[in-house]
Design a protein around this ligand. Structure first.
Ligand SMILES: Cc1cc2nc3c(=O)[nH]c(=O)nc-3n(C[C@H](O)[C@H](O)[C@H](O)COP(=O)(O)O)c2cc1C
Length: 148
């Protein structure tokens, strides 16, 4: 438990301890994140949000982008189609939300990013970091190992 209390950082963002609320779809809404924060979490992550739903300004999706000042620093996760839609969605999150970190979900299973044949994950991350400062190259398992 003592180890959890050490500070850690992602890019310029520093967290008061290593306790992280993982991104969980259907769970990590602003109210839940705030509760986790009040119970001492150093970093809270939001549930994943679809890039195309952000670009089409879907009502429900816009609500998912709400970040309360008290839950900062926080990380907002997006997932979706290809580098073009991800970059445009990341730029939107960067400019119009209160998120400190933009997390790109390229995970497996049903939500696997449908990569263009010419685009590898590395290329997508490279393109994203060219456009948006808040995207940092960290993999969740490695981040968990660092935090834990
Ligand atoms: C209900 C639920 C929803 C999840 N949704 C997401 C998600 O939106 N994005 C994501 O990257 N991982 C998601 N995950 C995976 C978790 O973030 C985490 O990586 C996983 O539970 C393993 O962590 P653990 O070993 O501490 O359980 C979800 C997990 C659960 C149980």
């Amino acid at each position: 438990m003592k180890g959890c209390m050490h500070v850690f950082s992602i890019g310029p963002i520093q967290f008061k301890n290593r306790v992280v609320l993982a991104p969980m779809a259907g769970v990590c809404n602003p109210a839940f994140r705030l509760i986790a924060k009040e119970f001492g979490a150093g970093l809270v992550c939001a549930e994943m949000v679809n890039d195309k739903a952000i670009l089409s300004k879907n009502d429900r999706t816009m609500k998912m982008l709400y970040v309360d000042e008290r839950e900062k620093p926080m990380s907002l996760q997006i997932f979706g189609g290809n580098s073009e839609t991800l970059v445009r969605a990341a730029e939107y999150v960067d400019q119009y939300t209160n998120a400190d970190i933009i997390d790109i979900n390229m995970g497996g299973g049903k939500i696997r990013t449908r990569l263009n044949e010419t685009e590898s994950r590395d290329e997508i991350v490279e393109i994203l970091t060219d456009y948006v400062d808040k995207v940092e190259r960290r993999e969740k398992e490695k981040l968990a190992a660092k935090a834990g």
